[in-house]
Design a binder for this molecule. Structure first.
Ligand SMILES: O=C(O)CCC(=O)C(=O)O
Ligand SMILES: [Fe+2]
Length: 391
């Protein structure tokens, strides 16, 4: 089992990052990039990079591909009966692509016979969750500190690990990732073009109602800072928190991607939660004086952002308690069977302590209709235990 560690657990995560000096997306080689370098230069700084040749030892890189193309027969025989969500990239409803469910057999047949008339994109497919014993890829070490999927797997809940299969010219509209998480994506086959916007630049793309365009057309905007990069087969791209992006498959492409959260971006998730609550409160401001207003806002927040304050508090409490245990019994695996080094565990706990301070000082924490006494007590106990460590 590999260990991931850092050299300084008291490393400070900058509250806001300045992207003015960020000029180009670095391209690195997987076998020359250490966890520490990725941690310090990319995760902490919240800037993207491309990592070449990261999927060489993946089973799917051999089994799914034949003569440089998707092995249709292998795919149909192995996964054909399974169902997967498919987006129709030429059909837009409510500012997103319309979605349906297809069997993998049906989708592969479409791909095989594709005349270019339809643009169908199989995406957000939870193949790993559907077939947990199929080790078709291994999470790269640099992406192994992943609280989000660790929590999801430990609770047998919906995870954030997906397979994408896109025909040439299928695309993903401009968006920012769920919960303001990081994402990584590795091309098993094919090529994607990414357009990425440093946080804040997306404001220049808003229309008068504050909505983003589905697709960014550079001719329509001046003065917008963005980066365009092509991701080849075997490359990973790291998409930092809050970077809006849109993606097009330049040829038939298969990729694996994860959304993830850890000690380097949890602060940004917390900020995004507050920003989203503020816009919900504004949206229904006319009911501000009603007794149920705060609770109603949490319900809307959960449906729009995917998470409310209670969920956030439970998540932090779970990871914090698990790290305390890992400090004592070192062999408790983290996510994807990687083991965290002592300094990494202490780093996680330092960050969690900071977040607990923020949650417990927040006015919502005093509202017992939102954060229950049980959760409140758990967080305060966790806080005490971390403080006793004198980190
Ligand atoms: O590959 C795509 O089409 C979209 C992937 C994406 O948005 C992501 O990895 O965050
Ligand atoms: Fe994304």
């Amino acid at each position: 089992m590999s260990e991931i560690d850092i050299d300084d657990f008291s490393v400070v995560i900058p509250e806001c990052c300045d992207y003015n000096n960020f000029e180009n997306i670095k391209v690195l080689e997987a076998d020359e990039l250490t966890y520490l370098e990725f941690f310090n230069k990319f995760m902490i700084k919240n800037v993207p990079c491309i990592v070449r040749n990261i999927s060489q030892n993946w089973e799917c890189a051999q089994k799914w591909i034949k003569n440089g193309c998707l092995d249709y027969d292998y795919f149909k025989n192995t996964y054909g009966r399974l169902e997967a969500p498919v987006a129709d990239c030429s059909n837009t409803t409510y500012n997103s692509h319309s979605k349906k469910t297809m069997t993998v057999n049906e989708y592969i047949e479409y791909l095989n016979e594709n005349t270019g008339e339809k643009l169908l994109y199989l995406k957000d497919w939870h193949l790993r969750r559907i077939q947990p014993d199929d080790n078709f890829y291994k999470v790269p070490l640099i992406f192994a500190s992943d609280w989000l999927n660790e929590f999801a797997q430990d609770h047998q809940e919906d995870d954030y690990m997906f397979v994408y299969i896109g025909a040439k010219d299928t695309w993903t509209p401009l968006h920012v990732d769920v919960y303001c998480s990081y994402s990584w994506s590795v091309n098993v086959l094919g090529k994607k073009k990414w357009i990425l916007f440093p946080p804040g630049e997306e404001i220049k793309l808003h229309d008068k109602f504050g909505n983003l365009p589905l697709s960014f057309n550079q001719e329509m905007y001046s003065n917008v800072k963005y980066f365009e990069i092509v991701q080849e087969a075997g490359d990973a791209i790291f998409v930092p928190s809050g970077w809006h992006h849109q993606v097009v498959n330049l040829v038939d492409t298969i990729s694996i991607n994860h959304n993830w959260i850890n000690g380097c971006n949890i602060q940004k998730v917390w900020e995004a939660l507050q920003k989203n609550l503020a816009s919900v409160e504004l949206e229904i401001a006319e009911f501000k004086t009603t007794e149920d207003f705060p609770v109603d806002c949490q319900i809307i927040l959960k449906s729009l952002f995917g998470m409310d304050y209670t969920m956030f508090a439970i998540f932090i409490n779970y990871i914090g308690k698990k790290r305390l245990n890992q400090l004592i019994s070192r062999d408790t695996p983290g996510f994807s069977s990687y083991v965290l080094g002592i300094k990494h565990i202490k780093f996680d706990l330092t960050i969690i302590l900071d977040i607990i301070e923020k949650i417990t000082n927040h006015p919502i924490f005093k509202n017992k209709n939102i954060i229950s006494i049980i959760i409140e007590n758990e967080l305060l106990t966790l806080r005490e235990s971390i403080l006793q460590l004198n980190l």
